[in-house]
Design a protein around this ligand. Structure first.
Ligand SMILES: [Zn+2]
Length: 206
């Protein structure tokens, strides 16, 4: 791509580093901004920077938040004894959109994947075990993808928790979960949470 402006070229190259945005798309977006009032670019740049600098992760569930403890964890109308374990923040958003879950979450930040060099210590597993130890958790729901890594992660956590007197369950298999959890339609996802099955049953069927 030949640019008559180094400034534009630099902006295109930076923007094209974002996932799903190639240089063509980057150029189209930037040319659009050039046609808009300066304030629009100013507002966009400032909101990106402020988001990056000030955003926090909930110290209880590791969900994204503007405050120390996220709105879900600090909501006393939710059932704090049921914890839904998810891989990332997008899964929280997907499950919240179903309106079918009134418990709280625990965001692992990934899944165990030896190939990618991700072990249990790199994930938020210890804080989950601590939570089960320290509070009156009744049930843990695994809502990870039904991939090998998802299964490995579920089983690892299940073993860590097996000495505690809690119920472990998993969302119904056979629906789009995990990497696709955010794309699963709300009705299907909501139903799979409501109709969750005991985790032990999912082991037998494998
Ligand atoms: Zn939280």
């Amino acid at each position: 791509m030949d640019f008559s402006s180094k400034l534009l070229e630099r902006a295109v190259n930076e923007m094209a580093q974002l996932p799903g945005i190639g240089k063509r798309t980057a150029l189209r977006l930037l040319l659009h901004l050039l046609k808009q009032p300066l304030e629009q670019t100013d507002f966009l740049a400032k909101s990106l920077l402020q988001m990056r600098e000030e955003i926090k992760f909930c110290k209880s569930c590791h969900n994204i938040s503007d405050v120390e403890v996220c709105e879900i964890c600090s909501n006393q109308n939710r059932n704090h004894n049921i914890i839904c374990v998810v891989e990332d923040i997008r899964d929280v958003m997907a499950i919240e959109n179903t309106g079918q879950f009134r418990g709280i979450y625990h965001v692992l930040g990934g899944k165990i994947s030896p190939i990618d060099g991700v072990g249990p210590s790199q994930l938020n597993i210890a804080t989950l075990v601590d939570k089960v130890k320290m509070s009156e958790v009744e049930e843990i729901i695994f809502a990870l993808s039904s991939t090998m890594e998802g299964d490995t992660t579920n089983f690892y956590i299940y073993k860590q928790l097996k000495d505690f007197d809690i119920k472990t369950s998993t969302i119904a298999r056979g629906i789009s979960v995990g990497d696709e959890l955010e794309y699963a339609d709300e009705v299907t996802l909501g139903r799979s949470i409501v109709n969750r099955i005991p985790f032990e049953n999912s082991l037998k069927s494998n």
